[in-house]
Design a protein around this ligand. Structure first.
Ligand SMILES: *[C@@H]1O[C@H](CO)[C@@H](O)[C@H](O)[C@H]1NC(C)=O
Ligand SMILES: *[C@@H]1O[C@H](CO)[C@@H](O)[C@H](O)[C@H]1NC(C)=O
Ligand SMILES: *[C@@H]1O[C@H](CO)[C@@H](O)[C@H](O)[C@H]1NC(C)=O
Ligand SMILES: *[C@@H]1O[C@H](CO)[C@@H](O)[C@H](O)[C@H]1NC(C)=O
Ligand SMILES: *[C@@H]1O[C@H](CO)[C@@H](O)[C@H](O)[C@H]1NC(C)=O
Length: 362
């Protein structure tokens, strides 16, 4: 059983990276804004698709060519996966069937996640104001908000967030994402920022939340002399879905972090809290869409070795082996009667199904 399990696990780990699916009907042109740095999957409605893309900033049309954009890949099913898109990859993405004239076109503005304007209702922070694009002009730059995401916890105090994208509107026209509106004019305006807003929430758990107990335990992080901090990454998490973390059963909230109260950990805003930077050993747990997804335990045996290491730094490089925080050991899968395959299927499918409604075609 064990070798089999390890084989399955080594196959399963890459799958745990989550690409938020985005769809657009065949023959349509869909214009939308997304955030840079967060993986997305552009779906092509036909099988065996061909893809071409055109980055409006670089002004260079190119047929699909992996060497030119190493973070863009056509999947086996003919979708286009974009890993950590760059703001400069704002532009047009086309997919079509070999001899079909029905072309699906995405026009995507990857807004710069590093310029996110962050506000929390509980801290009375103000979102960005509307602004005229030019003095005396009629174009308004404003934030178009997505719906609030679900509360990130149930049966306990949680928080929810919503993303807002920079758009420009002219009288009698539909709003256009800032990056597409401004296109090749490279001047960056101070108002040209995406936003994220948080607020506290509380929801009861519906019974279904407990029906499926499936999570993973990573027994694999340890601090060493060279590292002040480590990064943990919550599988299946994304900025486009609700994520929350606990350290020794205590919730790590955005409210505390934004008011400077977390010293032992930092939620990474550019991934919406998928990544957590930690400075202390503790038991960390993460939840995605209110479901417990993973637990990270410190490596006990190595902690015992810690005083020894401090005495002789020259051995430290050998311990680099342990510094890869995750991916190494996927020790335990809970869910006694279920096979691993079924577990993964159950974990992945209901979640990806739910997320589909997050991003609507505009
Ligand atoms: C596409 O072209 C192939 C041959 O080139 C042909 O057999 C097939 O029927 C065509 N499909 C459509 C949908 O036109
Ligand atoms: C900002 O502009 C948008 C689009 O014109 C409009 O819907 C919204 O009400 C404006 N907000 C404020 C506070 O004026
Ligand atoms: C956290 O909670 C679980 C179950 O609710 C309990 O078994 C565990 O001991 C708690 N851990 C800490 C550090 O309080
Ligand atoms: C950080 O960790 C230390 C030791 O575990 C704890 O005493 C302290 O309260 C923590 N600080 C915060 C702000 O959580
Ligand atoms: C540290 O370890 C190296 C080799 O592992 C050894 O040669 C050296 O004497 C040790 N230094 C101390 C202070 O123990």
């Amino acid at each position: 059983m064990l070798p089999m399990l390890w084989l399955l696990l080594s196959l399963a780990v890459p799958v745990l990276g989550f690409y938020t699916p985005v769809s657009c009907p065949q023959g349509h042109k869909c214009q939308l804004a997304l955030l840079s740095g967060n993986d997305v999957l552009l779906e092509c409605p036909v099988h065996g698709a061909q893809w071409k893309y055109y980055f409006s900033v670089i002004k260079k049309s190119q047929a699909f060519n992996p060497s030119k954009a190493p973070n863009i890949e056509v999947t086996l099913r003919g979708h286009l996966s974009i890993t950590r898109p760059l703001p400069s990859q704002t532009g047009n993405y086309y997919c079509w069937e070999k001899n079909s004239t029905q072309v699906t076109q995405y026009e995507i503005d990857f807004q710069d996640v590093n310029s996110l304007h962050i506000t929390h209702m509980g801290l009375d922070q103000m979102p960005l104001q509307n602004e005229s694009l030019r003095a005396g002009g009629q174009e308004i730059m404003f934030t178009l908000w997505e719906p609030w995401q679900d509360c990130n916890r149930c049966g306990a105090p949680g928080e929810r967030k919503r993303l807002g994208y920079c758009y420009v509107i002219e009288p009698l026209e539909d709003p256009i994402p800032c990056g597409l509106y401004l296109g090749e004019s490279l001047a960056w305006l101070p108002r040209q920022k995406p936003e994220v807003q948080f607020e506290a929430c509380f929801v009861e758990c519906n019974d279904m939340s407990f029906a499926l107990v499936s999570f993973v335990i990573f027994d694999s992080f340890s601090f060493n002399e060279e590292q002040e901090s480590l990064w943990l990454s919550c599988p299946l998490a994304s900025i486009y879905r609700p994520v929350s973390w606990e350290a020794d059963n205590i919730s790590l909230t955005w409210q505390n972090q934004l008011s400077g109260k977390h010293f032992n950990s930092t939620l990474d805003i550019s991934t919406g809290g998928k990544q957590l930077q930690i400075f202390q050993p503790a038991t960390y747990r993460c939840f995605v869409e209110q479901e417990f997804v993973a637990q990270f335990n410190p490596m006990e045996s190595l902690e015992l070795m810690e005083p020894l290491m401090r005495e002789n730094k020259s051995e430290a490089p050998a311990r680099k082996l342990h510094s890869v925080p995750l991916m190494l050991k996927l020790l335990l899968l809970i869910g006694t009667a279920l096979s691993l395959g079924l577990l993964l299927f159950n974990t992945l499918c209901p979640l990806s199904g739910k997320s589909r409604s997050l991003l609507l075609v505009k």
